[in-house]
Design a protein around this ligand. Sequence first.
Ligand code: CO
Length: 214
Amino acid sequence: MDNYDKVFEQNKEWVEKTTSSDPDFFKKIYEGQNPDYLYIGCSDSRVPANEITGLDIGDLFVHRNIANQVPPNDLSSHSVLQYAIEILKVKHILVCGHYGCGGVHEAMQPHSYGELDNWLRNIRDVYRMHFDELDSIKNEEDKYDRLVELNTFEQCVNIIKTSQFQQSYIKNKGPIVHACIWDMRTGFLKDLNFQLEKELKQVQKVYNLTENKF
Ligand code: CO
């Protein structure tokens, strides 16, 4: 059996296994979703959102791209963000980076990756913003780990810069934004302690988008 056929065989087995323990499972999930969490993570095949959080189908609204980014000109991540905040009214937003992230590693290299440069540019900007701290780290792996953390942190800042987030937060005191890192060397998730209130206050000195002009 080649790899593509395998997918359908395994799907059939999964459907059989799922319906044998809960015959109405698919009928129930078809009725709608009400997830508490938006997860923004990396596309990396080794970082599966539901498995590492232990959350089930329907618990997690997911957006994944290279190096878990939320850049301001990215229609996809911002549409997901708006839908999660305004329609699903999620309680938590988890931005989840991971050590060993290829996107972050590539962004640290001083050469071109063609079209991918535009995407890596956002991570390189994070590198530039924190250049002194990163440059002072002499061990390459430690520096790489730290850029993974700073990139994840910065994406949380990108989220709280948006009008959708700020206007929701004023009304509902939520969602709560969290930065976390998945360490694939151990399997454990680590919270980076993103200080939402403090960061929001700082961000709103420049990006206060709580009121609409029009
Ligand atoms: Co990655």
